[in-house]
Design a protein around this ligand. Structure first.
Ligand code: NOJ
Length: 438
Protein backbone atom coordinates (compact mmCIF):
# COMPACT_ATOMS: atom_id res chain seq x y z
CA UNK A 1 0.00 0.00 0.00
CA UNK A 2 1.53 3.30 -1.04
CA UNK A 3 0.62 6.88 -0.36
CA UNK A 4 -0.69 9.18 -3.07
CA UNK A 5 -1.88 12.74 -3.47
CA UNK A 6 -4.62 13.80 -5.87
CA UNK A 7 -4.22 17.56 -5.66
CA UNK A 8 -6.34 20.28 -4.11
CA UNK A 9 -8.49 20.84 -7.19
CA UNK A 10 -9.38 17.16 -7.51
CA UNK A 11 -12.95 16.25 -6.55
CA UNK A 12 -14.09 12.99 -5.01
CA UNK A 13 -17.63 11.78 -4.80
CA UNK A 14 -20.16 9.01 -5.04
CA UNK A 15 -22.53 7.98 -7.82
CA UNK A 16 -26.09 6.64 -7.74
CA UNK A 17 -28.99 6.26 -10.17
CA UNK A 18 -32.68 6.93 -9.65
CA UNK A 19 -34.20 3.53 -10.53
CA UNK A 20 -31.62 1.79 -8.39
CA UNK A 21 -32.30 3.68 -5.17
CA UNK A 22 -35.55 5.66 -5.22
CA UNK A 23 -38.27 3.01 -5.15
CA UNK A 24 -41.99 3.72 -5.55
CA UNK A 25 -42.15 4.34 -9.31
CA UNK A 26 -44.42 2.15 -11.42
CA UNK A 27 -43.98 4.14 -14.63
CA UNK A 28 -40.52 3.02 -15.65
CA UNK A 29 -39.40 0.16 -17.86
CA UNK A 30 -37.43 -1.57 -15.13
CA UNK A 31 -40.49 -1.87 -12.91
CA UNK A 32 -42.20 -3.73 -15.73
CA UNK A 33 -39.08 -5.80 -16.42
CA UNK A 34 -39.01 -6.87 -12.75
CA UNK A 35 -42.70 -7.86 -12.85
CA UNK A 36 -41.99 -9.97 -15.91
CA UNK A 37 -39.64 -12.10 -13.80
CA UNK A 38 -36.21 -11.23 -15.18
CA UNK A 39 -34.49 -10.52 -11.88
CA UNK A 40 -32.25 -13.12 -10.24
CA UNK A 41 -33.73 -12.91 -6.74
CA UNK A 42 -37.22 -11.82 -7.90
CA UNK A 43 -36.77 -8.45 -6.18
CA UNK A 44 -38.34 -5.34 -7.68
CA UNK A 45 -36.96 -1.81 -8.04
CA UNK A 46 -40.27 -0.56 -6.65
CA UNK A 47 -38.58 -1.15 -3.25
CA UNK A 48 -34.87 -0.39 -3.70
CA UNK A 49 -33.56 1.96 -0.97
CA UNK A 50 -36.71 4.07 -0.59
CA UNK A 51 -34.44 7.02 -1.26
CA UNK A 52 -37.38 9.06 -2.62
CA UNK A 53 -38.60 9.34 0.99
CA UNK A 54 -35.17 9.51 2.60
CA UNK A 55 -33.35 12.26 0.74
CA UNK A 56 -32.37 14.15 3.88
CA UNK A 57 -31.10 11.07 5.66
CA UNK A 58 -29.07 10.03 2.62
CA UNK A 59 -27.62 13.51 2.21
CA UNK A 60 -26.31 13.10 5.76
CA UNK A 61 -24.50 9.96 4.57
CA UNK A 62 -22.87 11.99 1.81
CA UNK A 63 -21.84 14.62 4.31
CA UNK A 64 -20.29 11.95 6.53
CA UNK A 65 -18.19 10.84 3.57
CA UNK A 66 -16.79 14.37 3.04
CA UNK A 67 -17.53 14.14 -0.69
CA UNK A 68 -17.11 17.28 -2.78
CA UNK A 69 -19.42 16.08 -5.54
CA UNK A 70 -22.24 13.60 -6.08
CA UNK A 71 -23.53 12.04 -9.29
CA UNK A 72 -27.24 11.25 -9.35
CA UNK A 73 -29.82 10.65 -12.06
CA UNK A 74 -33.30 11.94 -12.75
CA UNK A 75 -36.16 9.55 -13.43
CA UNK A 76 -37.71 10.66 -16.70
CA UNK A 77 -40.84 8.57 -15.99
CA UNK A 78 -41.51 10.55 -12.81
CA UNK A 79 -40.90 13.92 -14.41
CA UNK A 80 -43.05 13.12 -17.44
CA UNK A 81 -45.51 10.43 -16.30
CA UNK A 82 -47.60 10.83 -19.46
CA UNK A 83 -46.34 12.07 -22.83
CA UNK A 84 -46.21 15.86 -22.71
CA UNK A 85 -47.49 16.07 -19.11
CA UNK A 86 -44.80 17.17 -16.74
CA UNK A 87 -45.01 16.67 -13.00
CA UNK A 88 -44.28 19.85 -11.09
CA UNK A 89 -44.23 17.78 -7.94
CA UNK A 90 -41.43 15.52 -9.20
CA UNK A 91 -39.51 18.54 -10.43
CA UNK A 92 -39.86 20.22 -7.06
CA UNK A 93 -38.65 17.05 -5.37
CA UNK A 94 -35.48 16.99 -7.48
CA UNK A 95 -34.96 20.72 -7.02
CA UNK A 96 -35.15 20.30 -3.25
CA UNK A 97 -32.79 17.33 -3.35
CA UNK A 98 -30.24 19.18 -5.46
CA UNK A 99 -30.59 22.35 -3.44
CA UNK A 100 -29.72 20.36 -0.36
CA UNK A 101 -26.57 19.08 -2.04
CA UNK A 102 -25.55 22.56 -3.10
CA UNK A 103 -26.27 23.94 0.35
CA UNK A 104 -23.83 21.38 1.73
CA UNK A 105 -21.14 22.24 -0.81
CA UNK A 106 -21.63 19.01 -2.72
CA UNK A 107 -21.47 19.75 -6.43
CA UNK A 108 -24.15 17.83 -8.35
CA UNK A 109 -23.42 15.97 -11.57
CA UNK A 110 -26.80 15.02 -13.00
CA UNK A 111 -27.51 12.16 -15.40
CA UNK A 112 -30.50 12.49 -17.72
CA UNK A 113 -30.79 8.87 -18.83
CA UNK A 114 -29.54 5.98 -16.70
CA UNK A 115 -31.01 2.82 -18.28
CA UNK A 116 -34.64 3.32 -17.16
CA UNK A 117 -37.26 5.07 -19.29
CA UNK A 118 -41.00 5.74 -19.17
CA UNK A 119 -43.05 2.71 -20.17
CA UNK A 120 -45.00 4.98 -22.56
CA UNK A 121 -41.78 5.81 -24.40
CA UNK A 122 -40.98 2.16 -24.87
CA UNK A 123 -44.57 1.45 -25.96
CA UNK A 124 -44.15 4.09 -28.66
CA UNK A 125 -41.16 2.18 -30.03
CA UNK A 126 -38.43 3.78 -27.88
CA UNK A 127 -35.18 4.63 -29.66
CA UNK A 128 -36.05 2.44 -32.62
CA UNK A 129 -38.33 5.15 -34.03
CA UNK A 130 -36.21 8.09 -35.20
CA UNK A 131 -38.88 10.64 -34.32
CA UNK A 132 -38.97 9.52 -30.67
CA UNK A 133 -35.76 11.32 -29.77
CA UNK A 134 -37.90 14.48 -29.89
CA UNK A 135 -39.64 13.26 -26.70
CA UNK A 136 -36.33 12.90 -24.91
CA UNK A 137 -35.21 16.31 -26.08
CA UNK A 138 -38.46 17.87 -24.88
CA UNK A 139 -37.89 16.29 -21.45
CA UNK A 140 -34.28 17.54 -21.37
CA UNK A 141 -35.43 21.07 -22.21
CA UNK A 142 -37.95 21.02 -19.36
CA UNK A 143 -35.40 19.67 -16.90
CA UNK A 144 -32.56 22.03 -17.80
CA UNK A 145 -34.86 25.07 -17.75
CA UNK A 146 -35.99 24.04 -14.28
CA UNK A 147 -32.66 22.94 -12.80
CA UNK A 148 -30.07 24.74 -14.88
CA UNK A 149 -29.52 27.43 -12.26
CA UNK A 150 -28.48 24.78 -9.71
CA UNK A 151 -26.76 22.32 -12.03
CA UNK A 152 -23.92 23.16 -14.40
CA UNK A 153 -22.64 19.60 -14.89
CA UNK A 154 -24.61 17.03 -16.85
CA UNK A 155 -24.30 13.48 -18.12
CA UNK A 156 -26.52 12.87 -21.14
CA UNK A 157 -26.53 9.05 -21.26
CA UNK A 158 -25.14 6.50 -18.85
CA UNK A 159 -23.30 3.63 -20.50
CA UNK A 160 -25.04 3.73 -23.87
CA UNK A 161 -22.86 0.77 -24.92
CA UNK A 162 -24.22 -1.38 -22.08
CA UNK A 163 -27.75 -0.10 -22.66
CA UNK A 164 -27.74 -0.96 -26.37
CA UNK A 165 -25.97 -4.29 -26.13
CA UNK A 166 -27.96 -5.60 -23.16
CA UNK A 167 -31.30 -4.22 -24.33
CA UNK A 168 -31.14 -4.67 -28.10
CA UNK A 169 -28.42 -7.21 -28.88
CA UNK A 170 -28.42 -9.77 -26.07
CA UNK A 171 -31.94 -8.94 -24.93
CA UNK A 172 -31.48 -9.24 -21.18
CA UNK A 173 -32.35 -5.61 -20.33
CA UNK A 174 -35.61 -3.99 -21.43
CA UNK A 175 -36.90 -3.93 -24.12
CA UNK A 176 -35.42 -7.43 -24.48
CA UNK A 177 -34.64 -7.42 -28.19
CA UNK A 178 -32.04 -9.54 -29.94
CA UNK A 179 -31.34 -7.88 -33.21
CA UNK A 180 -27.95 -6.58 -34.24
CA UNK A 181 -29.38 -4.22 -36.88
CA UNK A 182 -31.79 -2.68 -34.37
CA UNK A 183 -29.00 -2.36 -31.81
CA UNK A 184 -26.89 -0.43 -34.34
CA UNK A 185 -29.83 1.79 -35.26
CA UNK A 186 -30.41 2.57 -31.59
CA UNK A 187 -26.70 3.39 -31.15
CA UNK A 188 -26.97 5.84 -34.05
CA UNK A 189 -30.09 7.43 -32.53
CA UNK A 190 -28.39 7.82 -29.18
CA UNK A 191 -25.30 9.43 -30.70
CA UNK A 192 -27.40 11.94 -32.65
CA UNK A 193 -29.54 12.66 -29.61
CA UNK A 194 -26.46 13.12 -27.43
CA UNK A 195 -25.08 15.72 -29.86
CA UNK A 196 -28.39 17.62 -29.84
CA UNK A 197 -28.68 17.44 -26.06
CA UNK A 198 -25.10 18.65 -25.69
CA UNK A 199 -25.89 21.73 -27.75
CA UNK A 200 -29.26 22.27 -26.09
CA UNK A 201 -27.88 22.28 -22.54
CA UNK A 202 -25.23 24.81 -23.52
CA UNK A 203 -27.82 26.93 -25.30
CA UNK A 204 -30.31 26.98 -22.40
CA UNK A 205 -27.70 27.73 -19.75
CA UNK A 206 -26.26 30.49 -21.93
CA UNK A 207 -29.68 32.05 -22.71
CA UNK A 208 -30.64 32.15 -19.04
CA UNK A 209 -27.23 33.34 -17.94
CA UNK A 210 -27.03 30.53 -15.42
CA UNK A 211 -23.96 30.56 -13.19
CA UNK A 212 -20.95 28.31 -13.58
CA UNK A 213 -19.13 26.74 -16.48
CA UNK A 214 -21.39 24.30 -18.33
CA UNK A 215 -19.90 20.81 -18.42
CA UNK A 216 -21.68 18.14 -20.45
CA UNK A 217 -20.47 14.60 -21.08
CA UNK A 218 -21.51 11.03 -21.50
CA UNK A 219 -20.64 8.25 -19.00
CA UNK A 220 -19.14 5.44 -21.04
CA UNK A 221 -18.50 1.98 -19.64
CA UNK A 222 -14.95 1.32 -20.78
CA UNK A 223 -13.51 -2.11 -20.38
CA UNK A 224 -10.00 -3.34 -21.06
CA UNK A 225 -10.02 -6.33 -23.38
CA UNK A 226 -6.74 -8.24 -23.41
CA UNK A 227 -5.81 -11.58 -24.91
CA UNK A 228 -2.98 -14.06 -24.89
CA UNK A 229 -2.99 -15.79 -28.27
CA UNK A 230 -2.88 -14.14 -31.69
CA UNK A 231 -6.45 -15.17 -32.50
CA UNK A 232 -7.57 -14.07 -29.06
CA UNK A 233 -6.02 -10.68 -29.77
CA UNK A 234 -7.95 -10.34 -33.00
CA UNK A 235 -11.22 -11.11 -31.28
CA UNK A 236 -10.36 -8.78 -28.38
CA UNK A 237 -9.81 -6.02 -30.93
CA UNK A 238 -13.21 -6.65 -32.48
CA UNK A 239 -14.96 -6.71 -29.10
CA UNK A 240 -13.18 -3.50 -28.12
CA UNK A 241 -14.29 -1.86 -31.34
CA UNK A 242 -17.93 -2.82 -30.90
CA UNK A 243 -18.20 -2.25 -27.16
CA UNK A 244 -15.87 0.68 -26.47
CA UNK A 245 -15.14 2.49 -29.70
CA UNK A 246 -18.42 2.87 -31.59
CA UNK A 247 -20.09 4.86 -28.86
CA UNK A 248 -16.99 6.51 -27.43
CA UNK A 249 -16.10 8.00 -30.81
CA UNK A 250 -19.77 8.66 -31.57
CA UNK A 251 -20.64 10.54 -28.41
CA UNK A 252 -17.34 12.42 -28.28
CA UNK A 253 -17.20 13.59 -31.91
CA UNK A 254 -20.64 12.86 -33.36
CA UNK A 255 -18.99 10.64 -35.94
CA UNK A 256 -20.38 7.27 -37.02
CA UNK A 257 -17.73 4.59 -37.40
CA UNK A 258 -18.42 1.59 -39.63
CA UNK A 259 -21.01 -0.04 -39.56
CA UNK A 260 -22.90 2.93 -38.09
CA UNK A 261 -21.64 4.92 -41.06
CA UNK A 262 -23.89 2.81 -43.29
CA UNK A 263 -26.91 4.42 -41.65
CA UNK A 264 -25.95 7.90 -42.79
CA UNK A 265 -26.31 11.04 -40.72
CA UNK A 266 -23.21 10.79 -38.52
CA UNK A 267 -21.15 13.24 -40.45
CA UNK A 268 -21.04 16.08 -37.96
CA UNK A 269 -17.45 16.60 -37.05
CA UNK A 270 -16.78 18.28 -33.78
CA UNK A 271 -16.35 17.75 -30.09
CA UNK A 272 -19.61 17.21 -28.26
CA UNK A 273 -18.40 16.62 -24.71
CA UNK A 274 -16.71 18.94 -22.23
CA UNK A 275 -15.29 16.00 -20.30
CA UNK A 276 -14.75 12.30 -20.93
CA UNK A 277 -16.98 10.37 -18.53
CA UNK A 278 -15.44 6.99 -17.81
CA UNK A 279 -17.04 4.17 -15.84
CA UNK A 280 -14.35 1.59 -15.20
CA UNK A 281 -14.82 -1.69 -13.36
CA UNK A 282 -12.74 -4.51 -14.79
CA UNK A 283 -10.77 -6.12 -17.57
CA UNK A 284 -11.70 -9.15 -19.62
CA UNK A 285 -9.32 -11.59 -21.20
CA UNK A 286 -10.82 -12.72 -24.45
CA UNK A 287 -9.66 -16.23 -25.25
CA UNK A 288 -10.42 -19.37 -27.10
CA UNK A 289 -11.17 -21.94 -24.45
CA UNK A 290 -11.21 -25.63 -25.18
CA UNK A 291 -14.29 -27.23 -23.85
CA UNK A 292 -15.19 -30.78 -25.00
CA UNK A 293 -18.78 -29.71 -25.61
CA UNK A 294 -18.06 -26.47 -27.43
CA UNK A 295 -15.34 -24.41 -29.02
CA UNK A 296 -15.97 -20.89 -28.03
CA UNK A 297 -14.52 -17.45 -27.57
CA UNK A 298 -15.00 -16.54 -23.99
CA UNK A 299 -14.12 -13.98 -21.44
CA UNK A 300 -11.79 -15.78 -19.08
CA UNK A 301 -10.62 -14.68 -15.68
CA UNK A 302 -7.04 -13.97 -14.81
CA UNK A 303 -6.46 -16.46 -11.99
CA UNK A 304 -3.72 -14.34 -10.47
CA UNK A 305 -6.12 -11.48 -9.72
CA UNK A 306 -8.56 -11.04 -6.83
CA UNK A 307 -12.27 -11.19 -7.64
CA UNK A 308 -15.34 -9.23 -6.61
CA UNK A 309 -18.46 -11.01 -5.33
CA UNK A 310 -19.61 -11.04 -8.95
CA UNK A 311 -16.42 -12.78 -10.04
CA UNK A 312 -15.05 -9.69 -11.82
CA UNK A 313 -11.26 -9.44 -11.93
CA UNK A 314 -9.83 -6.69 -9.79
CA UNK A 315 -7.46 -4.91 -12.17
CA UNK A 316 -6.66 -1.39 -10.96
CA UNK A 317 -4.11 -0.68 -13.66
CA UNK A 318 -6.99 -0.78 -16.14
CA UNK A 319 -8.28 2.58 -14.92
CA UNK A 320 -4.90 4.08 -15.79
CA UNK A 321 -4.85 2.39 -19.19
CA UNK A 322 -8.29 3.59 -20.30
CA UNK A 323 -7.75 7.13 -19.02
CA UNK A 324 -4.38 7.36 -20.74
CA UNK A 325 -5.66 5.95 -24.00
CA UNK A 326 -8.55 8.39 -24.34
CA UNK A 327 -6.71 11.38 -22.91
CA UNK A 328 -3.93 10.87 -25.45
CA UNK A 329 -6.58 10.79 -28.16
CA UNK A 330 -8.87 13.65 -27.16
CA UNK A 331 -6.96 15.80 -24.65
CA UNK A 332 -10.15 16.49 -22.72
CA UNK A 333 -10.58 16.52 -18.94
CA UNK A 334 -11.66 13.18 -17.51
CA UNK A 335 -14.25 12.45 -14.83
CA UNK A 336 -14.17 8.84 -13.67
CA UNK A 337 -17.93 8.79 -13.38
CA UNK A 338 -18.04 5.29 -11.79
CA UNK A 339 -15.67 2.79 -10.22
CA UNK A 340 -16.60 0.29 -7.55
CA UNK A 341 -16.80 -3.26 -6.34
CA UNK A 342 -19.46 -5.62 -5.04
CA UNK A 343 -17.91 -6.88 -1.82
CA UNK A 344 -20.38 -7.85 0.89
CA UNK A 345 -17.70 -8.59 3.48
CA UNK A 346 -15.92 -5.33 2.73
CA UNK A 347 -12.50 -6.88 2.87
CA UNK A 348 -11.51 -6.13 -0.73
CA UNK A 349 -13.10 -2.71 -1.19
CA UNK A 350 -10.52 -0.72 0.82
CA UNK A 351 -7.62 -1.96 -1.30
CA UNK A 352 -9.79 -1.66 -4.41
CA UNK A 353 -10.43 2.04 -3.79
CA UNK A 354 -6.88 2.83 -2.72
CA UNK A 355 -5.32 0.96 -5.64
CA UNK A 356 -7.57 2.55 -8.28
CA UNK A 357 -6.97 5.99 -6.84
CA UNK A 358 -3.26 5.30 -6.76
CA UNK A 359 -3.37 4.73 -10.51
CA UNK A 360 -5.39 7.90 -10.99
CA UNK A 361 -2.79 9.86 -9.02
CA UNK A 362 -0.06 8.29 -11.16
CA UNK A 363 -1.88 9.33 -14.33
CA UNK A 364 -2.26 12.89 -12.99
CA UNK A 365 1.48 13.13 -12.29
CA UNK A 366 2.05 12.14 -15.93
CA UNK A 367 -0.08 15.04 -17.09
CA UNK A 368 -3.33 13.17 -17.74
CA UNK A 369 -6.04 15.59 -16.76
CA UNK A 370 -8.29 13.50 -14.50
CA UNK A 371 -10.39 15.92 -12.46
CA UNK A 372 -12.90 13.78 -10.57
CA UNK A 373 -13.55 10.32 -9.16
CA UNK A 374 -17.00 8.96 -8.30
CA UNK A 375 -17.16 5.79 -6.23
CA UNK A 376 -20.02 3.48 -7.23
CA UNK A 377 -21.95 3.55 -4.96
CA UNK A 378 -23.22 5.25 -1.84
CA UNK A 379 -25.25 2.33 -0.49
CA UNK A 380 -26.19 -1.17 -1.62
CA UNK A 381 -28.96 -0.79 -4.15
CA UNK A 382 -31.07 -2.51 -6.78
CA UNK A 383 -28.43 -3.87 -9.14
CA UNK A 384 -30.52 -4.46 -12.29
CA UNK A 385 -30.59 -8.19 -13.17
CA UNK A 386 -28.79 -9.03 -9.93
CA UNK A 387 -31.56 -7.39 -7.91
CA UNK A 388 -30.73 -7.01 -4.23
CA UNK A 389 -27.95 -9.59 -4.22
CA UNK A 390 -24.93 -7.33 -4.71
CA UNK A 391 -23.08 -5.03 -2.32
CA UNK A 392 -21.43 -2.14 -4.11
CA UNK A 393 -22.21 0.28 -1.27
CA UNK A 394 -19.97 2.16 1.09
CA UNK A 395 -23.04 1.78 3.27
CA UNK A 396 -24.81 -1.50 3.66
CA UNK A 397 -28.53 -1.19 3.07
CA UNK A 398 -30.98 -3.54 4.74
CA UNK A 399 -33.76 -3.60 2.16
CA UNK A 400 -36.36 -4.74 4.69
CA UNK A 401 -35.76 -2.22 7.45
CA UNK A 402 -34.10 0.40 5.20
CA UNK A 403 -31.38 0.76 7.77
CA UNK A 404 -28.09 2.07 6.40
CA UNK A 405 -24.86 0.96 8.10
CA UNK A 406 -21.45 2.37 7.28
CA UNK A 407 -18.97 -0.25 6.15
CA UNK A 408 -15.45 0.21 7.38
CA UNK A 409 -14.30 1.32 3.95
CA UNK A 410 -16.73 4.24 4.27
CA UNK A 411 -14.41 5.59 6.96
CA UNK A 412 -11.39 5.11 4.76
CA UNK A 413 -13.13 6.81 1.82
CA UNK A 414 -14.22 9.70 4.06
CA UNK A 415 -10.57 10.22 5.04
CA UNK A 416 -9.41 9.99 1.42
CA UNK A 417 -12.03 12.57 0.42
CA UNK A 418 -10.96 14.87 3.21
CA UNK A 419 -7.22 14.58 2.53
CA UNK A 420 -7.56 14.22 -1.24
CA UNK A 421 -5.09 11.42 -1.01
CA UNK A 422 -3.73 8.65 1.13
CA UNK A 423 -1.17 9.50 3.78
CA UNK A 424 1.18 7.35 5.85
CA UNK A 425 -0.92 8.05 8.93
CA UNK A 426 -4.01 6.80 7.17
CA UNK A 427 -2.25 3.62 6.12
CA UNK A 428 -1.25 3.04 9.72
CA UNK A 429 -4.74 3.80 10.94
CA UNK A 430 -6.49 1.48 8.52
CA UNK A 431 -4.13 -1.30 7.57
CA UNK A 432 -2.65 -4.41 8.97
CA UNK A 433 0.61 -5.49 7.36
CA UNK A 434 0.42 -2.90 4.59
CA UNK A 435 -2.90 -4.14 3.25
CA UNK A 436 -6.34 -2.91 4.03
CA UNK A 437 -7.71 -6.23 5.11
CA UNK A 438 -9.81 -6.29 8.21
C1 NOJ B 1 -22.57 0.62 -14.15
C2 NOJ B 1 -23.97 1.11 -14.13
O1 NOJ B 1 -24.01 2.44 -14.59
C3 NOJ B 1 -24.63 1.03 -12.78
O2 NOJ B 1 -25.98 1.28 -12.93
C4 NOJ B 1 -24.36 -0.35 -12.18
O3 NOJ B 1 -25.04 -0.51 -10.98
C5 NOJ B 1 -22.88 -0.52 -12.01
N1 NOJ B 1 -22.26 -0.47 -13.29
C6 NOJ B 1 -22.46 -1.82 -11.32
O4 NOJ B 1 -22.75 -2.89 -12.13
Amino acid sequence: MVTFKLGDQFMLGTATSSAQIEGGDTNNTWYKWCLEGHIKDSSNCINACDHWNRVEQDTELLKNLNVQTHRMSLEWSRIEPFPGEFSEEAMKHYRDEIRLLVKNNIKPLVTLHHFSEPIWFQDMGGWKKPFNCEYFIRYVRYVVENLGDLVSDWVTFNEPNVYTSMGYLIGIFPPGERNIIESLKVMAQIINTHVRVYKLIHEIRREHNFNGKTMVGCAMHLRVFDAITATGKMVAKAVNYYFNELLMVGTTTGRFLFPLSLMGGGDKKGIYVDFLGINYYTRNIVEFVFDPSQYFYLFVNDRSLGKSDLGWDIYPEGIYRVCKKYYDRYRLPIFTTENGISDRKDNKRPDFIADHLYYIAKAITEGIQIERYYYWTLMDNFEWLEGETTSFGLYECNFKTQERTARKSAQLYADICKNKGLTKDMIEKFSKSGHFTW
